[in-house]
Design a binder for this molecule. Structure first.
Ligand SMILES: [Zn+2]
Length: 299
């Protein structure tokens, strides 16, 4: 199973910053230590080409990120200080999602240990998201007629407002987001299907809601599914407001990936959020997604 990473490109953060930068390298370590993935399955991502990024983002926004001319207010909305390294990391992270999508189409499944940056809008990054990887890849593929129908299953605990804004009106894309009702973002852009969960939602209610929703996504007959497998619904998460257990998250991953496999729909897994304290819980939960993937897909 080919899985792409970008954590080798590190970027500076002030001490005590709330972006969980450590989780990316920890996750890669965890995947190897637990013998879930082998060294040869983990591949450094390649930068996405600028002309592909601007299918989803305005040229002005893209240029301002690239050359650092972006204003402070806009950078504060992203929540990470600008640096040349952040630019390289962001381009690599989107590249990883495109590579994972390409491999998924050929091999059934692939992953990116990054991406899922679903809050980024056409002319503005937000909520730790610089570029919107899934919008970029989707628009690129639709333009080039690689596929005609795409579904996004976004189970990050925050609503996928950027995906909805950039893709929601496109009849070739089904955006599904299940998230905490009271979580960021507070001004929503509606997805094709949104499920709002109350604070404190536990495994059983969560899994029932997911089981209920998946047939609607499958009925769209997508030719690829992007699974945005954020692990911030975990009870230990600082931002999540839900109460899922580690086992509940494993069952969630199983439901999604098993649905993809049994319907023979290629699936690319992208990362999304996770902010547990300590961050090891988050890394373990992301690793678990790949353990489940390996159980279901014998590649
Ligand atoms: Zn999130």
């Amino acid at each position: 199973m080919n899985v792409y990473y970008s954590d080798h490109i590190t970027f500076p953060l002030p001490a005590g910053h709330r972006f969980p930068a450590a989780k990316y390298a920890l996750l890669r370590q965890e995947l190897l230590q637990q013998n879930i993935l082998q060294e040869r399955e983990l591949i450094p991502a390649t930068h996405i080409a600028p002309e592909i990024v601007t299918l989803a983002h305005t040229q002005a926004y893209f240029n301002s990120i690239l050359d650092g001319s972006i204003d402070d207010r806009s950078m504060r909305q992203i929540g990470i200080p600008w640096s040349p390294e952040l630019v390289r990391r962001s381009l690599s992270s989107v590249g990883g999602s495109l590579q994972a999508a390409q491999d998924a189409l050929r091999q059934g499944i692939a992953g990116n240990l990054g991406g899922g940056t679903h809050h980024a809008m056409a002319d503005q990054g937000r909520g730790f998201c610089v570029f919107n990887d899934l919008a970029i890849v989707s628009l690129y593929w639709l333009q080039n007629q690689i596929v005609r129908k795409i579904a996004i299953i976004d189970l990050d605990v925050h609503q996928g407002d950027g995906n909805a804004a950039l893709l929601g009106k496109n009849p070739h894309v089904f955006t599904f987001s299940m998230h905490g009702a009271k979580n960021y973002p507070f001004h929503r852009v509606p997805s094709t299907l949104d499920i709002d969960l109350p604070d404190g939602t536990q495994d059983q209610e969560y899994l029932a809601a997911l089981e209920n929703a998946l047939p609607r996504v499958l009925a769209f007959r997508p030719e690829i599914i992007f699974y945005l497998a954020g692990v911030d619904p975990l009870a230990e998460d600082r931002l999540g407001r839900l109460q899922l257990s580690m086992q509940g998250l494993a069952q969630r991953d199983y439901l999604v990936l098993n649905a993809c496999r049994s319907n023979q729909i290629p699936v690319a897994i992208v990362m999304g959020g996770g902010y547990a304290q300590p961050i090891e819980h988050t890394a373990r939960a992301h690793a678990q997604t790949y353990r489940v993937a390996k159980e279901i897909y014998p590649i």
